[in-house]
Design a protein around this ligand. Structure first.
Ligand code: ADP
Ligand code: MN
Ligand code: MN
Ligand code: MN
Length: 369
């Protein structure tokens, strides 16, 4: 009805709060599924986001091989042309679903084109190949995912509208009103990750207000990318229920506000063993030689963040040091003391693809075969 002011009950409830509508939906959620399983197929899209759709399976799943290949319309996601639009999604890992619970699952997929080659945005395939070739090195990765929570208007959540909060200082690991924002969402995401079996190793509030970090790892090889992508999916999905947007932009607010990174902690078996410091030092030389190849896949807009200020190194110069948070790579003080352990590559931006980061690190340290 044109010009009608009548709005439905559902719209009414949503207008009050997005999660209020979910409370109404809750009474349907424990209805019996009659043995069927809901499988949420998730894939990475053309702009570093995630997409997903659900299919019903006839019984609970115990192995990834039992999950059928599926497809989607790639012309609707910028992943294929309209005249050849089918993109195939192949399950590579599955996780308990913290939203639907029970036997329902989240299914992480690789994207493949109809000619049998990996989709342009499928960086997992090549990374997995490299990791398999160099499996004897036993690479471990632990990534620190920083991100910013935004209101629906795109301004950081909790910031004065059209204005700024007080200067940075009280917010990092902050506790108390005015020092920390969105703890409810962060806690919900943390629990959702644990339920799903993600190796989330911690969380902390960041230097810029409304910015947080979670860490995933250490995980071996390709598993790090799988788990981090699933943790990103869970974050978007949880925040959706609170009407809050997640930004992985490396410099969401220009000026004297910290950017967001994806610090990547790395070790191999020989780095973790006695005398490992020598192996770490030789890794520094290899990384220095390929600095710009790494920067090329360490995220878009990273030049706004890697300025040499705000605890970053400069984008056009490789440097490393013990306990140095202003270099490309930091060797933790404890590692230098023990003479073995791991190093932290501080260059990757928060929006980088963890498959590309971990893939190129293996390639650089082991040679590209
Ligand atoms: P920071 O002091 O840089 O904020 P965090 O505590 O946030 O450090 O993250 C450090 C990460 O290092 C942890 O999440 C962990 O996964 C990872 N890590 C620890 N030991 C190793 C290791 N031997 N190899 C690879 N990653 C490791
Ligand atoms: Mn950290
Ligand atoms: Mn951090
Ligand atoms: Mn760090």
């Amino acid at each position: 009805m044109a010009g009608s002011t009548v709005i439905s009950n559902a719209e009414n409830v949503r207008a009050q709060h997005p999660s209020a509508a979910l409370c109404c939906a809750a009474k349907y959620m424990d209805l019996d599924q009659r043995g069927k399983v809901m499988a949420e197929y998730i894939w990475i899209d053309a702009v570093g986001g995630v997409r997903s759709k659900t299919r019903t399976l006839s019984k609970p799943v115990t192995s990834v091989d039992e999950l059928p290949e599926w497809n989607f319309d790639g012309s609707s996601t910028g992943q294929a042309p309209g005249d050849n639009s089918d993109v195939y999604i192949r399950p590579v890992a599955f996780f308990p679903d913290p939203f639907r619970k029970g036997d329902n699952i989240l299914v992480l997929c690789e994207t493949w084109d109809s000619d049998g080659t990996p989709n342009k945005f499928n960086h997992r395939h090549e990374a997995a190949r490299l990791m398999e070739t160099h499996a004897s090195e036993e690479f471990w990765f632990g990534l620190e995912q920083e991100y910013t929570l935004l209101d629906t208007d795109g301004w950081p959540y909790g910031w004065p509208k059209g204005g700024f909060p007080g200067a940075q200082g009280p917010y990092y690991c902050g506790v108390g009103t005015g020092k920390v924002y969105c703890r409810d969402i962060v806690e919900a995401h943390y629990k959702a990750c644990l339920y799903a079996g993600i190796a989330i190793s911690g969380i902390n509030a960041e230097v810029m207000p409304a910015q947080w970090e979670f860490q995933v790892g250490p995980c071996q090889g390709i598993e790090l990318g799988d788990q981090l992508w699933m943790a990103r999916f869970l974050l978007h999905r949880v925040a959706e229920e609170f009407g809050v947007r997640i930004s992985f932009h490396p410099k969401p607010i220009p000026g004297d506000w910290n950017g967001a990174g994806l610090h990547s902690n790395v070790s191999t078996k020989s780095m973790r063993e006695e005398g490992g410091m020598k192996v770490i030092e030789s890794a520094m030389k290899k990384l220095e030689a390929r600095h710009f190849e790494h920067i090329a896949v360490y995220g878009e807009g990273n030049e706004e963040r890697l300025t040499g200020r705000h605890e970053t190194g400069s984008i056009d110069k490789f440097s490393y040091g013990v306990a140095d948070r202003g270099g490309s790579i930091r060797i933790p003080r404890q590692v230098a003391k023990d003479g073995k352990g791991y190093f932290e590559d501080r260059s990757p931006a928060s929006n980088a693809d963890p498959y590309q980061i971990t893939g190129i690190i293996v390639e650089t340290l082991c040679g590209g075969v």
